[in-house]
Ligand binder design. Structure first.
Ligand code: FPP
Ligand code: MG
Length: 365
């Protein structure tokens, strides 16, 4: 394999990648499931209060009902952001139960963004089934996303917390950055050249910001002071960047049976994801070959032979994009864990948060 010598360090903070395999994922899976059980009643309650057609679409999107509105035990989201909220609340001495309101609020914002993102990207599959817009049409899915977003501050206001005004400010700012990050992502598709720094900054806003906000809200609701909140916010931000890098790697090399999305979907739509941009910016022969092929398919349909997509994936790998993204993800995870430690978390919560962070960076298993 050709190494991409001209790429910047995958992570200046880390020489050797950590070994994410070392922690058993079961602790993280249990934490996610426990959080799902904790927040689902409040989340379902909120969604059920929407006007009927939107409640039905949201319920389908969350995996609670099928397209005809019948109960469905299909796959739901992981509840990573709510688990970060409750985990960070516990890490600073609060209780998960007392942090349900911010946990529900971040899950609502996250799902607003998924509903809109699927429309913007034209993606027809998410969580192993047809996306909401593909079933109910774009206008209805779009408005359902809007409704979830509008529900978020109401969910936050649920428990009359003294932190409400700060929480609303943080969540609103985080949502603004999320939207800005998404806009940057879309604008990259129209540009010939995107730098790695631009792409990393986009990922930080599009993805890491909401994870950072989740951690900060949990810490705030748990009663932490500014320093611990800042450390846990940094934990979420680094974790979020590692999470997006992992997502981008899965978008090229992930197994559809696990990701719930079509194989190499990001290459089919010529997405300028982090491994791709790393490859395009590598200055290697494979990177130049990739650049010549990385234009929209001539017929504009996005339908391509698996052979062409496999070739693009091979070029990204040969140009060093895969290795760079893996190392950078490992470095971001390492920084996340250092920030977590700096918050002096309660040991049991720390164990769960660190397991969650490791799981978020190895989602293909
Ligand atoms: C998957 O999360 C989501 C991401 C990796 C973030 C991607 C960013 C966006 C979709 C932002 C879009 C923004 C707007 C404003 C449209 P996950 O794997 O935790 O999802 P899950 O809930 O299915 O588990
Ligand atoms: Mg997108």
């Amino acid at each position: 394999m050709t190494t991409a010598h001209r790429l910047p360090d995958a992570d200046p903070a880390s020489e050797t990648p950590p070994t994410p395999r070392e922690t058993a994922p079961s602790a993280a899976r249990e934490a996610l499931e426990a959080c799902r059980r904790l927040i689902d009643p409040a989340l379902r309650d909120r969604v059920a209060g929407l006007p009927a057609p939107l409640a039905g679409v949201a319920s389908y999107h969350f995996g609670w009902t099928d397209a005809a509105g019948r109960p469905d035990g299909g796959p739901t989201g992981k509840a990573l952001r709510p688990a970060l909220v409750t985990g960070c609340a516990e890490a600073v001495g609060g209780s998960a139960r007392d942090a349900v309101a911010p946990a529900v609020a971040v899950e609502l914002v996250h799902n607003f963004s998924l509903l809109h993102d699927d429309i913007l990207d034209g993606d027809t599959t998410r969580r192993h089934r047809a996306t909401a817009w593909a079933v109910f049409g774009s206008p209805t899915a779009l408005l359902t996303g809007d409704a979830l977003l509008a529900l978020a501050p109401r969910a936050l206001a649920e428990d009359d917390s003294p932190h409400l005004a700060t929480g609303i400010r943080w969540l609103a700012r985080s949502t603004e950055l999320l939207v800005e990050g998404e806009r940057a992502d879309i604008s990259f598709e129209e540009r010939d050249r995107v730098t790695l720094a631009e792409c990393l900054a986009m990922a930080e806003r599009k993805t890491a910001e909401l994870l950072a906000c989740s951690c900060a809200l949990g810490a705030l609701w748990g009663g932490a002071g500014p320093e611990r909140i800042a450390s846990l916010r940094a934990f979420g931000r680094h974790l979020g960047t590692a999470f997006q890098l992992t997502d981008d790697l899965l978008g090229i090399w992930g197994d559809p049976a696990v990701t719930g999305k079509p194989a190499r979907a990001d290459l089919a739509c010529r997405k300028k994801s982090l491994p791709v941009v790393a490859a395009l910016e590598s200055g290697t022969p494979a990177g130049r070959r990739l650049a010549r092929r990385y234009t929209p398919p001539p017929d504009g349909t996005g339908e391509e032979t698996p052979g062409e997509l496999a070739l693009l994936a091979r070029l990204v790998e040969e140009a060093g994009g895969r290795e760079w993204a893996e190392r950078r993800a490992a470095g971001e995870l390492e920084r996340a864990l250092a920030a977590l430690e700096a918050a002096e978390p309660a040991p049991e919560a720390a164990r769960r948060l660190s397991a969650l962070a490791r799981l978020a960076c190895r989602r293909d298993r």
